[in-house]
Design a protein around this ligand. Structure first.
Ligand code: PGA
Length: 250
């Protein structure tokens, strides 16, 4: 069975609650009736309620950009899975390269967060990907293998049913450079192989692997036509409703 694509917006640290509401109000009519793909928008935490309220009863889901693995506690600045669920989130991004690069996210914290998100019933979008030096040193496969192996550690196939992976080569994020569909396909096949080892063939066949890194209206169709690419995680080009709608409807 074909995998339904997931088209996800990662707003990073952009927009206020009013701007989030405005975006959703403009975006909904543009994707009205679009059922071919699943659509999710991930705004900053303070905008979640406004976005969820504006997207109520629509075909657009709302997700967080991060979560903490504990239920609650003395963790200043953190947000739990239960809090995301309570405001109405259905998805959560985990281990984005910016979290890994600037905020000390490690393969082990990704694993803890993934376990928590799955346990809570959220759909986790786990980001993996190599930096430029790693690609140039032919280390891409090693890096992806390590990131997957550690992220999937001690998670059962039953628990992993909702897992989504985003392959985001770090050198393609916000740079205007994209991986070729073939480069993405190679990486996705490797990730799918790791998922098969961890969770079995059946789950691996169903696993959605998104591509992220300078996805735009102009390259969305070419990328999404590649059979191994099961959707997109879009940063910069998701901030404008027309642009993100054009990507969703590639
Ligand atoms: P970009 O970001 O589309 O701006 O390259 C993608 C991401 O970081 O998820």
């Amino acid at each position: 069975m074909a995998r339904k694509k997931l088209m996800a917006a990662n707003w990073k640290m952009y927009k206020t609650p009013n701007q989030a509401r405005e975006f959703i109000q403009q975006f909904l009519p543009l994707v009205h009736g679009h059922t071919r793909d699943e659509i999710v928008v991930c705004p900053p935490f303070v905008n979640l309620s406004a976005a969820i309220e504006a997207a109520k009863e629509s075909n657009v889901a709302i997700g967080g950009q991060n979560l903490h693995w504990e239920k609650e506690g003395a963790y200043t600045g953190e947000t739990s899975a239960g809090m995301l669920l309570a405001v109405g989130c259905t998805h959560v991004i985990i281990g984005h390269s910016e979290r890994r690069q600037y905020f000390g996210e490690t393969d082990d914290t990704v694993n803890l967060k993934l376990k928590t998100a799955l346990e809570a019933g959220l759909t986790p979008i786990v980001c993996v990907g190599e930096v430029l030096e790693e690609r140039e040193a032919n280390l891409t496969e090693d890096v992806l293998r390590r990131q997957c192996l550690r992220a999937f550690h001690a998670i059962s196939a039953k628990k992993a049913a909702k897992l989504v992976i985003a392959y985001e080569p770090v050198w393609a994020i916000g740079t205007g450079k994209t991986a070729t569909p073939q480069m993405a396909a190679d990486a996705h096949l490797l990730i799918r192989g790791e998922a098969a080892k961890a969770f079995g063939q059946e789950l691996s066949n169903q696993l959605r692997i998104l591509y992220g890194g300078s996805v735009k209206q102009e390259n969305a169709k070419t990328l999404m036509s590649e059979q191994e690419i099961d959707g997109a995680l879009v940063g910069g080009a998701s901030l404008d409703p027309k642009s993100f709608a054009a990507i969703v409807k590639y």
